[in-house]
Design a protein around this ligand. Structure first.
Ligand code: NIG
Ligand code: FE
Length: 415
């Protein structure tokens, strides 16, 4: 199957298969009046300056002069969950803080109750609708974490849903096991015992069934401390998992330092990251997965993304979609926040939602740029340039999505 996307006003993309930082984070290539040739779902050629490729095509799509970029990669989500937590809005208005709600047995634990009650089928149907919505906003690959089961049976149930989503939905879905997301009620006050069970029972079960590539832990004040995180991540690494860590979201308790020391693929949140945390990420080559919509929703400060880029840390921007700290899957809003709150340039932001998160989920060789040999995941925007996408907020700026060479979502009059 040979397809052509022609009449692209501007094709903007980072290049390469590795994550970018420093000045390179802000380097994008812009092809004007371009066309992209795709064969069996893979990009085979790019032409610019109005040149037309030779030969015939099974399908021709017309970008009608609009902007085209790589498909967006959302590198951090808690996509699969039972119920919602809209009642927390009123609690927040009365002054309850995120960790207060969790300490009182609500928050994540509320979602754990509802996720345990939900059948696999219910979770699958609900998450499919989220993936459809993401695709309709330009996201073509996503990372999804477990962590609302908190017992072996329900963690496996969540990971099986994630596996099925990856197999059946057009989006690519990368799976992360996050058994240590909180201490479940039946282990209240016995966090070390719970973590021991995660290490002894859950990790081998997840490994044996091949249900996750990555392991993550919520390293946070009154959740899991740095020593507990070290123990869990070290074991996960020995077992062959790649490491991720929720670090320095609210308090800096050594999570970023640990990520650097253990060579994690990414450290996530980093709102409260310190100087030594930044040095560790830079030294360890760890991708900083920054989540600006969570800062916005929790009313917190914003991670020092610009400073991290200057220090040589590759910065990615993800949604953190989850029912508590960020009930939004709108990565376009994160693009706006990347410019407005992180003070990143549009080029740095595009890198942060394409190649950098692709590397942060171990897919830099196949995703994240528009180049020959990469998967043909493209977004046609209702915009002449990426600055327009950074500038307009609250609207869906998408025109169409091409996933693995096929037009799969969007609206408007494109043929
Ligand atoms: O990334 N911080 C921990 N986990 C999620 C929130 C989960 C929840 O509140 O349900 C996060 O913000
Ligand atoms: Fe998260």
């Amino acid at each position: 199957m040979k397809t052509l996307l022609k009449n692209i006003g501007c094709l903007q993309t980072p290049v390469g298969s590795c994550s970018h930082t420093g000045a390179a984070q802000g380097e994008n290539v812009k092809y004007m009046n371009a066309a992209v040739v795709m064969e069996d779902g893979i990009i085979s050629d790019i032409l610019d300056g109005g040149r037309r490729p030779s030969g015939s095509f099974d399908a021709e799509y017309d970008a009608e002069g609009y902007l085209v970029t790589p498909g967006l990669v959302d590198g951090h989500t808690h996509l699969v969950f039972g119920g919602y937590r809209q009642h927390e809005v009123a609690m927040k208005l009365k002054g309850a803080d995120y960790l207060d709600i969790l300490r009182a047995g609500g928050g994540i634990l509320d979602t754990v109750r509802k996720t345990r009650e939900a059948s696999k089928e219910e979770l699958y149907i609900k998450s499919t609708a989220f993936l459809d919505e993401m695709l309709g906003m330009g996201v073509t690959a996503v990372e999804a974490k477990s962590g609302y089961g908190l017992d072996t049976k329900n963690e496996i149930k969540m990971l099986e849903v994630i596996k099925e989503l990856n197999e059946r939905h057009p989006l690519d879905v990368a799976a992360t096991f996050m058994g240590p997301h909180a201490v479940p009620p039946e282990y209240e006050g016995r966090d070390d015992e719970y973590l021991g069970m995660v290490i002894e029972e859950m990790l081998p079960a997840v490994k044996e069934k091949g249900l996750a590539e990555f392991c993550d832990i919520f390293c946070e004040d009154s959740v899991f401390n740095a020593e507990q995180s070290r123990k869990y991540l070290t074991r996960a690494k020995e077992m062959g998992f790649s490491l991720k860590i929720h670090a320095d979201e609210i308090e800096a308790i050594g999570g970023a330092e640990l990520a650097g020391e253990l060579g994690a693929i990414s450290a996530e949140h980093l709102i409260a990251i310190t100087e030594s945390g930044q040095e560790a990420l830079a030294a360890g080559g760890v991708t900083a997965m920054c989540l600006p919509a969570t800062s916005f929703y929790l009313g917190k400060t914003f991670a020092p993304a610009g400073e991290m880029i200057e220090k040589g840390i590759p910065v990615a921007i993800a949604s953190d979609f989850n029912p508590g700290s960020c009930p939004s899957l709108n990565l376009q809003f994160c693009i706006n926040l990347g410019c407005l709150k992180y003070r990143m340039t549009p080029e740095e932001v595009l890198t942060a939602v394409t190649i950098n998160p692709a590397c942060g989920i171990g897919r830099g060789d196949v995703l994240g740029t528009v180049e020959p040999g990469k998967q043909a995941d493209l977004v046609i925007w209702d915009a002449p340039d990426f600055e327009m996408v950074c500038y307009r907020f609250g609207s869906n700026m998408l025109k169409r999505v091409i996933k693995s060479g096929e037009m799969v979502a969007g609206y408007g009059k494109l043929r």
